[in-house]
Design a protein around this ligand. Structure first.
Ligand code: MSP
Length: 638
C-alpha cells in the first residue's frame, strides 16, 4: 500500500478560528479522504502553534499561566474540526513533550555540527509578527508585513547558517516544478532568492520572552517560534529514527496560505537540508479570502465564523462552497449571497434534483427496486464514457490539488446524467411495453451514475454522499467501496431496494435568503474578547428556564425542524427546534427541557419560534439538556 502524508499549517492558538483556517483544513481533508478512497495509507496532520509573545501576553492579561491558557484555547480548533467533519489522523500541539523533545534534539544536532552559532545582532523587531527585519526590508519605517511600528533591538542571539543553502535551494526549486505550487508562487520565491539569503536568527533571550522551548545548549534563550513550529511536521512521527521508519516523510503536501510560503519554502526546506532530511515533495500555497471585498478583521466586525456558517447552511454546503467558488491558489471573495446561489443552483437544483427524481421514478416504475440493465444504446455508452472520462480526469487533478476543477469536472457528469434522463424520457417510455424494457436500462444507468457521483463527491461532502448512497440502497460504506468500485460500470446490484427519497440540500427561497442576508451581513458588535470569555453580567442576560414539551410535530419540507409547544409555567411557547434528525417527534412529548426564554422571536420557514432548546451535539447526534430530578416548570436555570 502506498503512503500519503498531508499537513495543514498549525494555527496560532490565540486566534478565533475563521473561514481562512477552515479553508486550508477542509482542503487538506478532501485530499486526505480522496487518497484513502484511492487505496493509500494516509496520514493527515493539523494542530496548534502555542509558543510566542502573543500567547504570553494574552495569558498575562488574564492572570493565568501560558500553559493554562493554551490548554483551554486549542480546544476551539479541535472542536471546530469535529464539527466540520475533518478526518485528521492526529493533532499536534507545540507544547507537547513529543514535539519539544525533537525540537531540542534538532537544535543540539545542528549546534554540534556548527550549523548554529552565536553572534551579536542588531535589527528592527516587530513584536506582533515576532520577526526581525533589516533596514532595507522596512516600508516607510514600518514592518513590511503588518505595517506596524518596529523597535531597534541589539542583543546576542543564535543563528542558523541558512545562507549557505541558497544555491542548493534555487537549484532544487528550478529542477523540480512540482516542489512549489502554484507556478506563480514558485516564481515569487525565486524572486525572493535573488537577494543574498541571510542566516536565520533562531533564538530569543528568555529575559524578554520566557514562553518558548529553551535552547538545550543555552538555557538563557528560547527557540524562535517559527523554528519551533515548522518542526511539528516531523515531530509527530517521533525521533529521527522514527521519522525515517514511519514511511511518512517526505510529506506529499505541506499545504499553506500564501502569507507563510516563504517561511516554508525557505526556512523549512533549508532546516531539513541541514538536518539531513528531504524537503517535502510539495509545498502548496493557496490564496486568501476577503469578505465582500474587504480584508477580514476583528475591527471591521466582518470575520466569518465557520461554526455559525455551518449551523446556518450545513457543513457539507460550506465544504463544497469554499472549494468550488475559487481556484485553490488564487485569492477569493466570500459572500453569503454567492454561497446561497451555489447552494440553490449546483447543490439543490442540479445534484439534489437528479437524486430526487431518480429515486422517485424508481419507486413509481419499479416499486423502488433497482431494475436489470437490459439494453445498451448509444446514449448509454455516451453516459458510461463520460463517467469514465470524469473519473480519470479527477484522479489526475488531485495531483495539482485543483479542487475547483475537480468539482467542475464532476458536475459535467451531473449535467450529463440530467440530460440523459431528459433525452431518454422515462415518463414516455413507461407508456408502452417495449418502452418499459428500455426504461429498466435508463433507470439502472441513472442510479449507477449517481453511485459514481456519490463516490467522487464523498471527499467534499461526506455526510450528504453517505445519505445519497443509503437512498440508493447500497449497504457498503463509500470508504468500503473505494475508487476501485468505479473501475467498471455496474456496481449497483439489480434487485436492491432503494430507500425513501430525502432532500439532500433544501433550497433557500428568495424571501428566506433576503432575511438571512439581512441578519448575517448586518454589522455586528461583539462582546467577546479575544479569548472568547464573557462577564457574569453578560451571562446573566440569558434567561434560561425549565419547560415541558406538550406537543411536537415535524415541520413539513424541513429536514431538521420540529415544531414544539413548551409549557414554561407562566405560558406556553411555540418553539422550532432543529432536532428532527435526532428525535422522532412523538418521543419528545413529555420531556423536560431547558429553554432560552428571552430570545427575540424569529420566523423559520414562515413559522414563529419563541425561544430555543439547549442541546449538545454529540458527534452529529443531538442530546437534550435536562436534569437528574424532575424540576417545576418555569424555574430559572443558572
Ligand atoms: N502559526 C503559523 C503557521 C505555522 S505552520 C508551521 C500561522 N498561523 S495562522 O493561524 O496565522 O495562519 C494559519 C493559516 O491560515 C495560514 O495558512 C494562513 O494563510 C491561513 N489564513 C489566515 N487568514 C486567511 C484568509 N483570510 N484566507 C485564507 N487563508 C488565511 O501562520
Amino acid at each position: 500500500m502506498k503512503n500519503f502524508y498531508i499537513t495543514t499549517p498549525i494555527y496560532y492558538v490565540n486566534d478565533i478560528p475563521h473561514i481562512g483556517h477552515a479553508y486550508t483544513t477542509i482542503a487538506a481533508d478532501v485530499a486526505a479522504r480522496f487518497k484513502r478512497l484511492d487505496g493509500y495509507k494516509v496520514f493527515f496532520l493539523t494542530g496548534t502553534d502555542e509558543h510566542g509573545q502573543k500567547v504570553q501576553q494574552a495569558a498575562k492579561d488574564l492572570n493565568v499561566t501560558p500553559q493554562q491558557h493554551v490548554d483551554k484555547l486549542h480546544q476551539r480548533f479541535k472542536e471546530l474540526w469535529v464539527k466540520l467533519n475533518i478526518s485528521n489522523s492526529d493533532f499536534i500541539r507545540t507544547t507537547e513533550e513529543r514535539h519539544k523533545r525533537l525540537v531540542c534534539d534538532i537544535l543540539q544536532k545542528l549546534h554540534d555540527k556548527d550549523e548554529i552559532y552565536r553572534d551579536s545582532y542588531e535589527g528592527w523587531y516587530c513584536t506582533p509578527c515576532e520577526r526581525f527585519w533589516t533596514e532595507k526590508d522596512l516600508q516607510e519605517g514600518n514592518c513590511p508585513d503588518c505595517r506596524r511600528k518596529v523597535e531597534k533591538i541589539k542583543e546576542h542571539n543564535y543563528f542558523f547558517r541558512m545562507g549557505k543553502y541558497q544555491d542548493w535551494l534555487i537549484k532544487k526549486i528550478k529542477s523540480d516544478p512540482h516542489f512549489i505550487l502554484p507556478a506563480s508562487r514558485r516564481n515569487e520565491v525565486l524572486g525572493f532568492l535573488e537577494k543574498p539569503l541571510e542566516d536565520l536568527c533562531i533564538s530569543r533571550p528568555k529575559s524578554r520572552l520566557p514562553w518558548g522551548i529553551p535552547l538545550p545548549f543555552d538555557e538563557a534563550y528560547v527557540t524562535y517560534v517559527w523554528f519551533d513550529a515548522l518542526i511539528n511536521y516531523i515531530s509527530i512521527h517521533g525521533s529521527f529514527d522514527d521519522i525515517l521508519a514511519s514511511g511518512f516523510w517526505p510529506a506529499d503536501h505541506n499545504m499553506v496560505g500564501k502569507d507563510i510560503l516563504t517561511t516554508h519554502a525557505v526556512y523549512w526546506s533549508t532546516m531539513l537540508k541541514a538536518i539531513g532530511l528531504e524537503p517535502p515533495k510539495n509545498i502548496f500555497a493557496h490564496g486568501w479570502w476577503t469578505v465582500n471585498g474587504q480584508k477580514m478583521s476583528k475591527s471591521l466586525h466582518n470575520v466569518v465564523e465557520p461554526n455559525q456558517l455551518a449551523d446556518q447552511f450545513g457543513v457539507d454546503v460550506i465544504r463544497y462552497f469554499l472549494l468550488r467558488e475559487v481556484p485553490f491558489g488564487l485569492d477569493g471573495d466570500f459572500s453569503h449571497k454567492a454561497l446561497i446561489r451555489r447552494l440553490n443552483s449546483d447543490l439543490a437544483n442540479n445534484l439534489g434534483n437528479l437524486l430526487n427524481r431518480t429515486i422517485n421514478m424508481m419507486k413509481k416504475y419499479f416499486n423502488g427496486t433497482i431494475p436489470l440493465s437490459a439494453t445498451t444504446g448509444e446514449e448509454d455508452i455516451a453516459l458510461q464514457n463520460k463517467a469514465q472520462e470524469v473519473i480519470n480526469e479527477v484522479r489526475k487533478l488531485y495531483d495539482e490539488l485543483a479542487f475547483n476543477k475537480i468539482l467542475q469536472k464532476i458536475w459535467e457528469l451531473v449535467d450529463t446524467t440530467n440530460q440523459y434522463i431528459d433525452k431518454t424520457g422515462p415518463w414516455s417510455l413507461a407508456k408502452t411495453d417495449e418502452g418499459k424494457e428500455r426504461l429498466k436500462t435508463v433507470m439502472y444507468n441513472s442510479a449507477e451514475s449517481l453511485r459514481v457521483l456519490g463516490v467522487l463527491l464523498f471527499p467534499f461532502m461526506p455526510k450528504s454522499c453517505e445519505s445519497l448512497m443509503q437512498q440508493l440502497g447500497v449497504e457498503k460504506t463509500i470508504e468500503e467501496q473505494g475508487m476501485t468500485s468505479l473501475d467498471n460500470w455496474g456496481g449497483l446490484t439489480t434487485g436492491t431496494q432503494t430507500q425513501k427519497a430525502k432532500q439532500l440540500f433544501p433550497r433557500i427561497e428568495d424571501k428566506q435568503a433576503a432575511k438571512i442576508l439581512a441578519e448575517l451581513e448586518a454589522p455586528k458588535e461583539t462582546t467577546k474578547d479575544d479569548t472568547g470569555q464573557i462577564t457574569i453580567d453578560e451571562f446573566m442576560k440569558v434567561d434560561l428556564r425549565t419547560g415541558k414539551i406538550l406537543e411536537a410535530e415535524k415541520v413539513k419540507k424541513s429536514k431538521k425542524l420540529v415544531q414544539l409547544k413548551v409549557d414554561i409555567g407562566t405560558e406556553t411557547r411555540q418553539i422550532l427546534a432543529g432536532i428532527a434528525e435526532s428525535f422522532e417527534a412523538e418521543d419528545l412529548i413529555g420531556r423536560t427541557v431547558i429553554i432560552v426564554a428571552n430570545l427575540k422571536p424569529a420566523k423559520l420557514m414562515g413559522i414563529e419560534s419563541q425561544g430555543m432548546l439547549l442541546a449538545a451535539n454529540n458527534d452529529g447526534s443531538l442530546l437534550l439538556a435536562g436534569f437528574d430530578q424532575e424540576p417545576g416548570l418555569g424555574i430559572q436555570v443558572r
